[in-house]
Unconditional design. Sequence first.
Length: 240
Amino acid sequence: MFVSKAMPLPGAHRGCRNLFGVRSTSLRWLAVLCFSFISLAPHQGLCSQSDTTSLAEGVKITEEKMSGGRIAIQAVFRIDAPPDQIYRILRDVSRFPEFMPGTREVKILESGEGYQVASFLGDGGLLGSAVVMRRELADPERRISWTLVEGRARELKGFWLVQESEEQGASLVTYLNYVDAGVLVPGAIVRECLKKDIPPMVVALRKRVLSGGTWRSEEYLNASGWSRKLERGSDPSHPR
């Protein structure tokens, strides 16, 4: 789609959201397994504002060429935890709504040896609010790859890879995601939106891992009503 200078899109100076005349949340939630991001405020005293800033540091984001001239976005970052611990959290996709930005609901539609087919419900937007993904689980390599089964995007694929770091007790996590949103959204704009969504995603994953798998986002707590339980003295990390 070509947009002439004589026909500017409303609010184009505001970035990804108004370039399309809609929120870019659908592109953002596609960035995680195609999820949208949301503000990740510290919860339960786990991280101060400075801690949250540090959790977003040390992420190397690059553009990687794929076959056919396609360009994916890749992020490589470290987490101070054993690889198996991180991989278990990434493998348990049904619990992604508890911490992954903008992920409202995940349902396992089908599963078998080494694979899952799951539906992901996120925020609305240009590509719609739901996609169905097939996830291939290569447990020995701690690698999870995904491809699009159903959704408005033309193509969607990527992977998580968790490896041992040279530093003891730490892991190196690689995340790659490719989204072809179709002719309505230029690939360069899609890639810039995906890049912007990586830091909050990394913060969320690091918080989840460093809390031992108990940290839950404010988005999730508010949606589930657990914030009210916390005010009454109940611990939302250990729901009854």
